[in-house]
Design a protein around this ligand. Structure first.
Ligand SMILES: [Zn+2]
Length: 271
């Protein structure tokens, strides 16, 4: 019975560890998905009529569905392109936003902490609105129609009815973005990205057929947490096998000593 416990004890620890890791991962995913659906920014009290939330969604879409291809081609997005970081009013504030824990958001300017992202957004509006670069920046939320922000936010929910006029408008905006960000006359790399952009974002702006946006895929996430857990599991497994090996070696030595004792005992008896 004691031997059985010794054999199963490290495995039992592994099970507990795995369970803990996956439950932690689940809470992280849950927190991330809910963060994107926080209320729409109310601009009533401010001079800026640019939705922070939709700008954030547009930025997220660009990072996930466009930048992996741009980075792969080592292409530099020109400043006249609406996707250039300088053309997002909220970029600097968003970069000073730190998600410390599930219920902790910290302001990078004054280190004040908040329970929810929306409260930090309000804090930015109230305390740090002077840091918005309003002279040069444009509203990234304005290109949301072309980038399928609603599709990204409402993914999984019932699809709204297609409006041909809105689809045509969005397609036109989408194609003009492709022209300004990836001008065909600037070489083969820009041409390839121009083509990709049309497939990835513009083709789905149609009420005919069932073309889905982001047909070329998204950024593959390499989860640091998973890598850490995998390394930890490998170390624990190695320790477990080392333990088994040493245990068996110890047992072998013990039986050898016992054998020797019994043999010498037998040899001594006749004398
Ligand atoms: Zn602050």
């Amino acid at each position: 019975m004691k031997k059985m416990w010794v054999w199963h004890h490290p495995l039992f620890l592994l099970y507990i560890l795995c369970g803990l890791c996956f439950s932690l991962q689940f809470t992280r995913v849950y927190a991330d998905s809910s963060a994107g659906r926080i209320l729409n920014q109310v601009d009533g009290d401010h001079q800026i009529h640019c939705s922070r939330e939709r700008s954030r969604t547009a930025w997220k879409i660009i990072q996930e569905y466009l930048m992996p291809f741009v980075e792969k081609e080592k292409y530099h997005i020109p400043k006249r392109c609406r996707f250039h970081p300088d053309n997002d009013i909220y970029r600097d504030q968003e970069q000073h936003k730190f998600h410390i824990d599930i219920n902790e958001w910290q302001c990078g300017y004054c280190k004040k902490s908040f329970y929810e992202e929306k409260h930090l957004d309000q804090h930015f509006d109230n305390r740090h609105s002077n840091l918005l670069n309003l002279n040069e920046s444009q509203c990234l939320a304005d290109v949301c129609g072309a980038l399928h922000c609603d599709h990204e936010v409402n993914s999984g929910s019932k699809k709204s009815k297609c409006n041909p006029a809105a689809a045509a408008r969005n397609k036109h905006l989408c194609e003009s973005l492709a022209d300004s960000c990836f001008p065909i006359n600037e070489g083969p790399v820009a041409s390839r990205l121009h083509e990709l952009f049309l497939h990835q974002f513009c083709e789905a702006h149609s009420c005919i057929g069932s073309r889905q946006p982001f047909s070329r895929g998204r950024r593959k996430k390499t989860n640091v947490f998973y890598i850490f857990v995998s390394i930890l599991l490998v170390i624990l497994l190695l320790l477990y096998y080392l333990y088994v090996y040493l245990y068996q070696r110890g047992m072998k030595k013990e039986t050898q000593v016992l054998k020797r004792i019994s043999q010498t005992g037998r040899k001594k008896k006749p004398s």
